[in-house]
Design a protein around this ligand. Structure first.
Ligand SMILES: [Zn+2]
Length: 200
């Protein structure tokens, strides 16, 4: 089911894809919250809000949502893109990672970029967001400036990371993803009028 919804991205209109993703997340939540994690009783739907409540110990469970940051790091007219071993072919994208408990979004941006590439960032600015139901993420996009360091990739997460100029981009993600929106924003800031597709 989830792989088929992923195929809708870029084919269906955005609001249809978002609705399908929301439905898929809720189905998964219902399927994985049949029993109370505290006492093992069969859960019931809460009537007044989208939640489940245990009739025995009254524990309430809300739908699971996993926030993740995704960030375009810019240095002297170039963008930092990385290739994961999980990406198809030779595709590069912006860096991303899950927010940890007790962490601000800004601290998460700093940590993820440093852990994955050894680069320090500054001027972290919010861009926009995108629900990403694979299986339950909310992607929070940021743009940041290079502050220091040399690229040194975490081989567990990243196969390769490089700085790319707007007119010399590698293979990048498709049009509807927030990753592509961030890269498009970088290109627009560098060369007004140039679209990412023009460089390929
Ligand atoms: Zn319970």
């Amino acid at each position: 089911m989830f792989s088929s919804i992923r195929r809708l991205f870029g084919i269906m209109e955005n609001h249809v894809t978002l609705a399908a993703g929301c439905a898929a997340q809720l189905i998964r939540w219902h399927q994985t919250h049949t029993y109370c994690g505290s006492c093992g009783s069969v859960m019931e739907d809460k009537q007044e809000e989208r939640a489940k409540i245990c009739p025995n110990c009254k524990t309430v469970y809300f739908p699971r949502l996993s926030p993740a940051v995704i960030v375009a790091v810019v240095k002297e007219g170039k963008i930092l893109l990385a290739r994961s071993g999980r990406f198809p072919g030779n595709m590069f994208s912006v860096l991303a990672g899950f927010v940890e408990i007790g962490e601000t979004l800004e601290a998460c941006v700093e940590r993820e970029v440093f852990e994955e590439t050894g680069i320090k960032v500054k001027n972290i600015t919010y861009f926009n967001s995108q629900p990403w139901p694979f299986p339950d993420s909310l992607m929070l996009g940021f743009i940041a400036d290079y502050a220091g360091g040399e690229i040194c990739v975490d081989a567990h997460e990243i196969a390769e990371a490089k700085w790319f100029s707007a007119n010399n981009l590698p293979d990048i993600p498709g049009g509807i993803s927030i990753a592509r929106h961030l890269i498009d924003e970088f290109v627009n800031q560098q060369k007004p009028g140039l679209k990412t597709g023009d460089s390929q």
